[in-house]
Design a protein around this ligand. Structure first.
Ligand code: G16
Length: 533
């Protein structure tokens, strides 16, 4: 360890709060995180040596409020950290400063790491006011671990995932720079949509979007992308940093509140979309010309659009025997699952919340389309599938390969997803309203319940059943039964916020709201009554 004591003294642990590696890494109030960042910097150098590749660290709290922050660790293929390392992270995060060096040395020994080996770590951060300070703490950790930090400054989360994969494939996946990322995506987009696509209306598709940047990193990055897209798409960016991050705007706000973000001149005939705070989620919405109301197209509708497009391309290319599937979570709207199984006739799998689970399941198929209802998702295509597509050389397969280039396969990416969706809508000549008509969502409601200790709620069956507190699931079942057919509810502890989440859907909005409320009341009653661990 280099200058360990000096670096530790700058990044010492201040309090005793216990923190665990959650759904997508550590997340808490930014003031609680300095020592975690330092420790994870050291851990990153050990992980890089174990996997003998560059790994990534992203400093962000994504959809959480500005005063929060967090850290996501990224493995060599650009995917989320190997889950078996999560408990190691949690252990290192929670021990005292005095125990730290011993714990690190034990880890080095246990993993058989030679600290003389090189250790490269890519680091990115979002626009939060605390991110710069926390990034310095990560870099202090990397220095202590005698590794090399490549600081990319302010980036979206998916950009760091992308660049990690690029560097580890020696550029085969793309150039490991931010400009390389824009170039790859924009070149594919222009090939598919035309250099002057912004001026070409295709039937009901109008080539203009309004992007809600959540006052986060997605806004400046969308503007940078615009330079590369040239005249192929009209893009107006709002909530571009003048307001508070994620406050009354962004994908999480739009999805959970089911309404348009603030400061929006909401008009019929326009296509709107929201990024979240680190631009790894996307939600589309519009004002319906028939009822004048807000309508939302979430991750489920995006998955259906992308999967049906891929199915069509594979069929036209006469390589339809490819195993194409969709992966969802319990949050997927019942209507979407029904549509996928009965109309699209594609296999659909349900896994627990967290991109790491969806990504892993998707990779088991030749082509896996995965999306969480909250708009977090992408498509994975296996190497053998790409080789198969390459073998059938015709116009359709060329188009398919370019379409695959448009996808950031490492993780959900709002920028890449937007380009994918725009490309599909143009190729179909469809308006957002037509896309929305694929199926009708069952009315639903997401709410948060604050309890003494969210960890008393545990779940099974891909989070569709509650295991503890004992008796909670029976009470939920009894409530759901009262609401009749097509009604459903489940609860789970959040892995990014200090709350238990309740999801309910039913045949009317009133019923979904009442169902969620009744379930939330039972959660407060039973979870409160269980003593803290
Ligand atoms: C993260 C994860 C997502 C997950 C979301 C909410 O997203 O990457 O997979 O759906 O948290 O998780 P939870 O319900 O456990 O709080 P993000 O965009 O916040 O990083």
């Amino acid at each position: 360890m280099k200058d360990f004591n000096e670096l530790l003294s700058r990044n010492g642990r201040k309090g005793h709060k216990w923190i665990s590696y959650g759904t997508a890494g550590f997340r808490d109030k930014a003031i609680e995180l300095q020592h975690i960042m330092f420790r994870m910097g050291i851990l990153a150098t050990i992980r890089a040596r174990v996997v003998k590749a560059t790994i990534g660290v992203m400093i962000t709290a994504s959809h959480n409020p500005e005063e929060d922050n967090g850290l996501k660790l990224i493995d060599p293929k650009g995917e989320m950290l190997d889950p078996t390392w999560e408990s190691i992270c949690t252990h290192l995060a929670n021990i005292s400063d005095e125990e730290l060096l011993n714990a690190i040395n034990s880890l080095i020994k246990e993993k058989g790491v030679d600290m003389k080996d090189e250790a490269n770590v890519y680091v990115g951060r979002d626009t939060r006011s605390s991110s710069d300070r926390l990034c310095k703490a990560v870099i202090d950790g990397i220095v202590a671990g005698e590794g090399s930090a490549h600081d990319f400054g302010i980036t979206t989360t998916p950009q760091i995932h992308y660049m990690v994969l690029c560097v580890n494939t020696n550029g085969e996946y793309g150039e490991p720079t931010e400009n390389g990322y824009y170039r790859k995506l924009s070149e594919a987009f222009i090939k598919l949509n035309g250099q002057n696509g912004a001026q070409v209306v295709s039937n009901n598709y109008v080539p203009s979007v309004v992007v809600d940047g959540a006052n986060g990193v997605g806004a400046p990055k969308a503007k940078q992308l615009k330079q590369f897209l040239g005249n192929s798409l009209n893009m107006e960016v709002i909530n571009d940093g003048n307001g508070v991050l994620n406050e009354n705007c962004g994908a999480d706000f739009v999805k959970v509140q089911q309404r348009a973000p603030k400061d929006l001149h909401f008009e019929v005939g326009k296509r709107y979309l929201s990024f979240d705070g680190d631009a790894d989620r996307i939600i589309y919405f519009y004002k319906n010309s028939d009822d004048g109301l807000f309508h939302m197209l979430d991750g489920d509708k995006i998955a259906v659009l992308i999967a049906s497009h891929l199915k069509q391309l594979l069929t036209s290319a006469q390589i339809a025997d490819i195993d194409l599937c969709i992966v969802q979570t319990a949050y997927a709207n019942g209507s979407s699952t029904h549509y996928i199984e009965n109309t699209l006739k594609l296999p659909v799998h349900c896994v627990p919340t967290g991109v790491k689970y969806l990504h892993h399941r998707a990779q088991q198929a030749d082509i896996g389309v995965y999306f969480e209802a909250n708009g977090h998702g992408t498509v994975t295509v296996s190497h053998t599938t790409i080789d198969r597509i390459k073998q059938v050389s015709n116009d359709v397969t060329l188009k398919l390969l370019t379409f695959i280039d448009l996808i950031n396969q490492t993780v959900g990416d709002a920028i890449s997803d937007m380009l994918v969706i725009e490309t599909i809508l143009r190729s179909r000549g469809q308006s957002i309203q037509e896309w929305d008509q694929l199926y009708t969502d069952l009315p639903n409601r997401n709410i948060k319940v604050c309890v003494k200790d969210r960890n008393v709620v545990t779940t099974g069956d891909a989070e569709r059943k509650c295991l503890t507190p004992i008796g909670l699931q029976d009470r939920i079942d009894a409530i759901v039964n009262k609401f009749g057919v097509h009604s459903r509810a489940f609860v789970r502890p959040s892995g990014t916020e200090d709350a238990v989440r309740v999801y309910a859907e039913s045949t009317t909005q009133e019923k979904a709201d009442s169902l969620a409320k009744e379930v939330a009341e039972v959660v407060s009653e039973l979870a409160e009554s269980v003593p803290n661990k």
